[in-house]
Design a protein around this ligand. Structure first.
Ligand SMILES: NC(=O)c1ccc[n+]([C@@H]2O[C@H](COP(=O)([O-])OP(=O)(O)OC[C@H]3O[C@@H](n4cnc5c(N)ncnc54)[C@H](OP(=O)(O)O)[C@@H]3O)[C@@H](O)[C@H]2O)c1
Length: 344
């Protein structure tokens, strides 16, 4: 019998709602913290209804509180931090005050949030996480699971700890959870894809397959990826194989040309090339993106480590310009990115 963990999910959006609802549906006790009392009331009224991959689930929302109503007592063993990156950074210090001694904060954001929070709050408090689960929120508590993915968790310092195993077994009752001894490498592998496939697709307003066919699109993809991989290695990380090997064949700081590289790119395209970039959805909804934790993190870390990252830095500027509606997503926006290092 799995020993229970007193668990709170902070942020009941697409992923937080999916993880919490599927866990609650097994009979596990789980509580939620949401933005304010009005959101809490809406969720209580609606309950959770999960559809899509993994089968339907309908459960009452149960123990839901506004963030400010969560008792400031150390009584939780696990807080799953399931807001977007910016809010995760803001809320994490507060969430750690709800944890028992030995309790765990589990961030699951894209980008470098797990790494940044580990640096900020210490590795004893933070267990790293990232999500290969895909989910969409259609309304309060109404979530569509879009793939048969999993949460990947692990220690940023490496190795598989007892607590990673325990959290895996506990949350794994609801959704698939895997523990890795190289979470830092997995974070980098996902970052590399987000920095190139996702962000450039969002800027171009296209899937990767649609933008990478032009010489400019291809050159900017290669360069953004090369810069990211150079920073990953300079930081000491060993990017871990996810769907595709993150290190292109013959890579020596630059993409090698030739059939092996083309075959590698074809595998990237098969895995990610036809997905609508999630950041493009943020643009369409007028939401702030997580760019500062994706290409922004690569550019900032590159600066600190002395690795040039002009393309990633220019990508960040372009995304901010789109967020501020100074320009709209367009393949033409890739041209100045190519000039950022004098390419194309
Ligand atoms: N969804 C996916 O398929 C997917 C896949 C991989 C990774 N991720 C990553 O997972 C993270 C979460 O993504 P998501 O898609 O689940 O986002 P989401 O649907 O926007 O959910 C985020 C939730 O956080 C809540 N929130 C924001 N500020 C809060 C606060 N101060 N107090 C309490 N709750 C607050 C939001 O509430 P409001 O509605 O009130 O703002 C929203 O319900 C992101 O980093 C994303 O990149 C998502």
């Amino acid at each position: 019998m799995q020993r229970s963990m007193r668990t709170l999910i902070l942020g009941a959006g697409a992923l937080g709602g999916l993880i919490g609802a599927r866990l609650a549906a097994t009979g596990a006790r789980v509580s939620f913290a949401v933005r304010d009392r009005a959101s809490a009331e809406r969720l209580r009224q609606a309950g959770f209804r999960v559809s899509g991959v993994g089968g339907p689930v309908a459960v009452p929302a149960g123990d839901v509180a506004a963030l400010d109503d969560v008792p400031a007592r150390p009584e939780l063993e696990l807080v799953v931090l399931a807001t977007k990156a910016q809010e995760a950074m803001e809320l994490a210090p507060r969430a750690t005050r709800w944890l028992t001694p030995g309790g765990t904060l589990l961030p699951i954001q894209n980008g470098a949030v797990s790494r940044l929070l580990t640096d900020l709050l210490g590795g004893e408090r933070v267990l790293g996480g990232l999500s290969n689960l895909g989910a969409t929120l259609h309304g309060p508590g109404e979530i569509e699971q879009r793939n048969a993915g999993h949460l990947l968790i692990g220690e940023l310092s490496g190795g598989i700890s007892d607590r990673a195993t325990r959290v895996r077994d506990w949350l794994g009752q609801g959704v698939e959870v895997r523990a890795t001894g190289n979470l830092s490498g997995a974070i980098w592998s996902k970052l590399l894809i987000n920095c190139s496939v996702t962000t450039l697709g969002a800027i171009a307003g296209r899937t990767m397959r649609a933008y990478v066919g032009t010489p400019t699109g291809r050159a900017v993809f290669d360069r953004a990826y090369d810069e990211g991989l150079s920073v990953a290695f300079a930081s000491g990380a060993r990017p871990e194989k996810m769907m595709v090997d993150p290190i292109p064949p013959g890579w020596d700081g630059r993409a090698a040309s030739g059939p092996e590289h083309e075959a590698w790119l074809a595998r990237i395209l098969d895995a990610y090339g036809d997905l609508k970039p999630s950041m493009l959805q943020d643009f369409e909804r007028g939401r702030v993106t997580e760019i500062d934790f994706i290409n922004g993190y690569v550019a900032e870390l590159g600066r600190r480590l002395g690795v040039p990252t002009p393309v990633n830095a220019a990508i960040v500027e372009t995304v901010h310009a789109i967020e501020q509606r100074r320009v709209a997503p367009d393949p033409e926006l890739l041209e100045p990115l190519a000039r950022a290092w004098g390419g194309a």
